[in-house]
Design a protein around this ligand. Structure first.
Ligand SMILES: Cc1cc2nc3c(=O)[nH]c(=O)nc-3n(C[C@H](O)[C@H](O)[C@H](O)COP(=O)(O)O)c2cc1C
Length: 324
């Protein structure tokens, strides 16, 4: 389960950076996979406002970190922490740049009517600090964050904001700092981690496993977290599978095949579903391992994808019987 931090301050080692690092460390200790995007140095181009995403469903900018990494991370993340200092009563320009580029995900949701498989369970957390103590200090940031989280299919679940924090490291002296982090990890992260963990593996991790993981996640997201992986993944998900999923209103566009070790980070799934006959069940960890002898799709045309979807749906319908 991935917790993604978007560090929006340009001041490295500043209050936002310090807080986010402490929060992610706790989340990691609780069992989450953690990742930080240092937004100021990530090289994210600002939105052009060209409307391309509304016409085509993807961003016209394809060669920056947002296109090549951050959209994918935001899709894989179960929890997203937006962290920003108050700059002129708003989000830092750096994080706002990333937020504006999320217009693509807004378009996929509201123009193309697609849902992320994690849409019903993904949580969004806001962290912010400001130097002054004004009553409305976080109003602008709260409003922007609310619409950002909505666009990226995250439920705005928790807000941690601190007034009167100015010099580098001042957040550490705040009396609530450590307890607030403990509380947020316990109330937001731990319940998500407590879900049973189901891993789908297939030979290339590009078609059968991600389809099964997406359908299972949508159907049982409150009870299970799903991953898909391969020992030797392809570079991209199979395009006809993504198209089939879009017909089912599920959005897999920014996802990629996953390497086993990266997904698991040393943890063991409750159930591992090994898809197909071609791979050795013992090569994968899992408190329980089952084989689902579903043949690979070598001619991924519309008819084959329909059949694959039908079979996968049937298997997913019966999935919970394997988890006792
Ligand atoms: C460009 C700029 C604008 C700022 N605007 C505000 C503001 O409107 N209100 C406020 O209380 N603090 C403001 N601050 C102060 C920062 O929010 C504060 O120092 C914060 O702790 C910095 O966090 P950081 O260390 O994570 O960068 C501003 C600071 C900068 C550099």
């Amino acid at each position: 389960m991935l917790v993604l931090g978007l560090q929006g301050s340009p001041r490295k080692g500043g209050n936002t950076d310090t807080f986010l690092a402490a929060f992610l460390e706790k989340a990691g200790q609780a069992g989450a996979v953690i990742k930080t995007v240092q937004v100021a140095s990530a090289g994210i181009a600002p939105c052009k406002g060209c409307g391309y995403c509304e016409k085509h469903g993807t961003c016209v900018i394809t060669d920056d970190t947002m296109a090549m990494e951050v959209y994918g991370l935001m899709r894989m993340a179960d929890v997203i922490v937006a962290a920003s200092p108050v700059f002129f009563y708003g989000i830092s320009a750096q994080l706002k740049g990333l937020i504006d580029r999320s217009q693509t995900l807004w378009a996929r949701k509201y123009v193309y009517k697609l849902k992320d498989p994690l849409a019903s369970t993904r949580k969004g957390i806001l962290f912010s600090v400001g130097a002054s103590k004004g009553r409305q200090l976080f109003d602008g940031i709260n409003l922007t964050t609310k619409y950002f989280f909505d666009a990226i299919d995250a439920k705005f679940s928790h807000s941690m904001t601190y007034r009167g924090i100015e010099s580098k490291g001042a957040i550490r002296k705040d009396e609530n700092f450590a307890a607030d982090i403990d509380n947020a990890v316990e109330t937001i992260i731990s319940p998500l981690l407590a879900r049973r963990r189901v891993l789908f593996v297939s030979e290339k991790g590009a078609c059968r496993a991600p389809m099964a993981a997406a359908l299972a996640q949508r159907q049982y997201g409150d009870y299970i977290q799903t991953d898909y992986a391969s020992l030797s993944p392809e570079s991209e998900l199979a395009a006809p599978m993504i198209t089939k999923m879009e017909q089912c209103r599920l959005d897999l566009t920014y996802r990629t095949p996953q390497q086993l070790e990266k997904v698991l980070m040393g943890t063991t799934p409750d159930l591992t579903v090994v898809i197909g006959e071609g791979i050795d069940k013992k090569a994968f960890p899992g408190k329980k391992r089952i084989r689902w002898p579903l043949a690979g799709v070598f001619t991924p045309d519309v008819e084959m994808m329909d059949q694959l979807h039908q079979k996968t749906k049937k298997f997913v319908d019966s999935l919970m019987q394997h988890l006792d």
